[in-house]
Design a protein around this ligand. Structure first.
Ligand code: FES
Length: 134
């Protein structure tokens, strides 16, 4: 099993996600059913079965951010992009995620887009910020 996890990590690192054709190759090489490989791949959150999005949006929904309106910010993003946390837009342009704390609570509510910090975010400002990435 360790060998399988290592091979999945190699694929994830090289392509940014677990490509189906590579999983087929591993299945044949290690003589492990594909369903078992998928079962392992979906168990670990560090593996992704879909290609990485061009832009990654992370909304902090930790306590400090939540009480300052992070929930409304998430709702605006859902309305604007049509995806919920954990999903990627159909054109693969945006992925939305939520986290429990980004470690900069003084900036609450806080959002990052491609690692850039947007502090003191509001439902209005998130739309402006997103439009710079469209
Ligand atoms: S709770 Fe949001 S940055 Fe800490």
């Amino acid at each position: 099993m360790i060998n399988l996890v290592g091979k999945l990590q190699d694929i994830q690192e090289e392509f940014g996600y677990l490509k189906r054709d590579k999983l087929d190759e591993i299945s044949r090489e290690l003589k492990i059913p594909l369903a078992r490989i998928y079962s392992l791949a979906t168990f670990y959150s560090s593996f992704s079965l879909t290609p990485p999005a061009k832009h990654s949006i992370t909304v902090c929904t930790g306590t400090a951010c939540y009480i300052k309106g992070a929930g409304e910010i998430v709702e605006r993003i859902i309305e604007k992009l049509g995806i919920t946390p954990g999903e990627t837009t159909d054109d693969n342009k945006f992925k939305l995620e939520t986290v429990n704390c980004l470690g900069a609570c003084a900036l609450a509510p806080l959002v990052t887009i491609d690692g850039n910090y947007y502090g003191n975010m509001t439902p209005e400002k998130i739309i402006e910020a997103l439009e710079t990435y469209l």
